[in-house]
Design a protein around this ligand. Structure first.
Ligand code: NI
Length: 168
């Protein structure tokens, strides 16, 4: 498959709401997911939403064994979620530094719910249903936001906690 260009902050496509997928067992969706993995791996990302390669469908991928961009975090299983849903299990939030392949070179400090349950279907049509916390919960919330047209800089409360990774 192919490494696709990643849309960057300022591109209006990133601001649209992605649409429900009605069938996962199609060549289009299979090719989309393969391209998303190629693109995410080439960029050493922790996750990617379809809209980041210009496809407004509710598909996200995430997960890694070890990640150079986030060397201090625990592994997350390699996951495909189509039409994901989630609910908050614990009202408390915690802060953490995030980056995004659509906001290259930058990091920002963002509050996220610490514990969530999410579900969706994978590329084979199987249900994925998990309760997660920590960085895993953060990654899900970040990718889910992409499906709603939200990018992490929108959520930064302290403008001093946003900048070029090399300067921070
Ligand atoms: Ni992102």
């Amino acid at each position: 498959m192919a490494i696709r260009p990643i849309l960057r902050l300022g591109n209006p496509l990133l601001r649209q709401r992605s649409m429900e997928v009605y069938a996962v067992d199609t060549p289009d969706i299979r090719d989309l997911i393969a391209d998303m993995f190629d693109t995410m791996e080439a960029a050493d990302g922790a996750g990617l939403a379809a809209i980041q390669i210009g496809v407004p469908s509710r598909v996200m991928i995430f997960g890694f064994e070890a990640n150079e961009r986030y060397p201090e975090v625990e592994p997350i299983p390699i996951t495909v979620l189509v039409n994901p849903k989630s609910n908050v299990l614990d009202d408390t939030k915690n802060g953490g530094w995030e980056g995004c392949l659509s906001v290259p070179g930058m990091r920002g400090y963002v509050e996220r719910f610490s514990r969530i349950r999410y579900s969706g279907i994978d590329q084979y049509g199987n249900l994925v249903d998990r309760e997660v916390d920590g960085f895993h919960a953060r990654v899900f919330q970040h990718e889910f936001d992409h499906l709603e047209g939200v990018l992490y800089p929108d959520l930064i409360e302290d403008p001093l906690k946003f900048g070029l990774e090399e300067e921070l």
